[in-house]
Design a protein around this ligand. Sequence first.
Ligand code: PLP
Length: 453
Amino acid sequence: MDKCVFGLIDAEAQRQREGLELIPSENYVSKGVLEAAGSVFTNKYSEGYPNFEGLLEWDDEEIAKTILPSRRYYGGQENTDRVERLAIARACRMFKADHANVQPHSGAQANNAVYNAWLEPGDVVLGMNLGHGGHLTHGSPVTLSAKIYDFVPYGTVAETGDIDYEEMEKLAVKHQPKILLVGYSAWMKVPDFARVAEIGKKIPGCLLMADMAHVAGLIVGGVHRNPFDYGFHVVTTTTHKTLRGPRGGLILSKGVVGNPLKKPEKTLENIPTLIDRSVFPGTQGGPLMHVIAAKAVAFGEALQPEFATYVTNVVNNAAILADELDALGFHCIGGGTENHLILIDMMRSFKIDGKLMERALDRISLNLNANAIPNDTLPPFRPGGIRLGTPAITTRGLSRQEMKKIAKWMKAVADVCVKAKKEENLDKYSEELLVLREEVKRMALRFPLPSDK
Ligand code: PLP
């Protein structure tokens, strides 16, 4: 055993046990997911795809026992094929999709593969302004995709926090996007997918794409609208946020499922096959079969009735936490939350920046992240807001009483920040912070990680 690395794994497990994770894009996976992710599937090269025609009519038992001729470039695929087919079938069931590609190594890879499947260099993508909650892969100039395609941003309405659908429509008519993209990393509302679809359908050849990385679990559990119910063609997501699986990406689509070894005509109907060819060999090499096995386990868990209860609790906890914070003087953007995520304007609330608050909360083992808020005047590394959410703490079993306590701890830390003014001065308040840290630890240890149970 490697003492250094395994020492760090132990230290990380202890950090997770003794603290409370409020970063809205994180979660704690089950023992099953963890074991599958650490399994011998990591030894296997499996470029290509399993044979999945007719798959959606099969049940899990049939998939797990049926061996079909493989469409891979290497031998020895009887188990990888079946585990990937299980992941695909379960993913389609979760989202009511015709097709799933479970191979993207991450959410960013999933988005890039969709762009590469549908766009030519220079084509326009209409996506949410990054400063209003969109993701880096939706057009940040630092990304490769922004060098290839032309991203045009739409924004949100300052007073309500809603998407500015009128602006979206005007921009769509003007720029004729090939992809109309709804997706976000720091937004607390539920999109009006019907309205977006209406706009997209007026543009010839426009693909309707939803990047649901943050809210995928809420969709699967039935507490958030599913874009496919409104005519969207493609949904991308990460698998490690509210979906509570291993780190990775996933692409779901509607259309005709074909053989990825044969090049199809570039039509909206053929999107499933265009996507398969774009993931491999278009943008990735060999799939991470151990992660795909872990995705299959997580998707199986998400299809259980208990998962619907879990996501209902996630949303309820977020609403309670937002209310409690609001009562203590925190200004929540959008007036609260409709999902799992809360965005707070720290400058407006307490005249302190988000980074100072993040660093001070780290000292009491409450982890969240500093985040830009709409029309932020501060720089990206020291933005004016913080972003937090309830997926991880709800997995551990925290509920109403604990949300109230967390809000009170956050207020106590904000008070320290107001006095300290700067990070360098936080040491002066270390005794005060230590008392809070012990309180957080006592609560955290009452709610074990799922992998410790
Ligand atoms: N899309 C959205 C909306 C996200 O929030 C994220 C991650 O935060 C991604 C894509 C990228 O996912 P990954 O970090 O797995 O590449």
